[in-house]
Design a protein around this ligand. Sequence first.
Ligand SMILES: [Zn+2]
Length: 189
Amino acid sequence: MLSVCAEEARVEAELVGGLLSCPSCRGVLGPWGRARERVLRCSWGDRLLRPRRARCRGCLGTHVLLPDLCLLRRQDEVSVIGQAIEAKVAGVAYRRIAVRLGVHADTVRGWLRRFCERAGVVRAHFTRWAVALDPEIGPMLPAGSGIADALEAIAVAVRAWVLRFGPGDPWRIACRLSGGGLLATRAPA
Ligand SMILES: [Zn+2]
């Protein structure tokens, strides 16, 4: 799995041009059909996606090119999940967050529980990204809790990315930097 820009035409051009590299061996990826269709629940309504699939010319492994709107195995758009995380760090209860976002309370609780469990891993991952993107970056100050520290690390890494590559949606950048694995069961790739 590879988290890529949500602009299909751009991904297609990169794929055909041999500009995408294999997440396993860094070999060149080429087009390899499409993955199964899936529905993504977005803030503006449902969106039907049929992600591109790519095959590595080196190790012959196949990878789904998941648009950076989606997190691995999550049905909701990353910015909706991100808003829930921000609200949780601000002290809002999950039931209120669920009402505000129009998402089932159990779903919101599941995201937040996973984010809490992974807070340390997420913080370390995004801190590494922040330093990789901006070696001059200063030390990150404790934000008051595990999840607040994790959110702060995401914000710092995203800021460093924007300064280097230009503006973009913060949670989509965070999604790409986590390889889509922000709320996954294993460490982000
Ligand atoms: Zn490969």
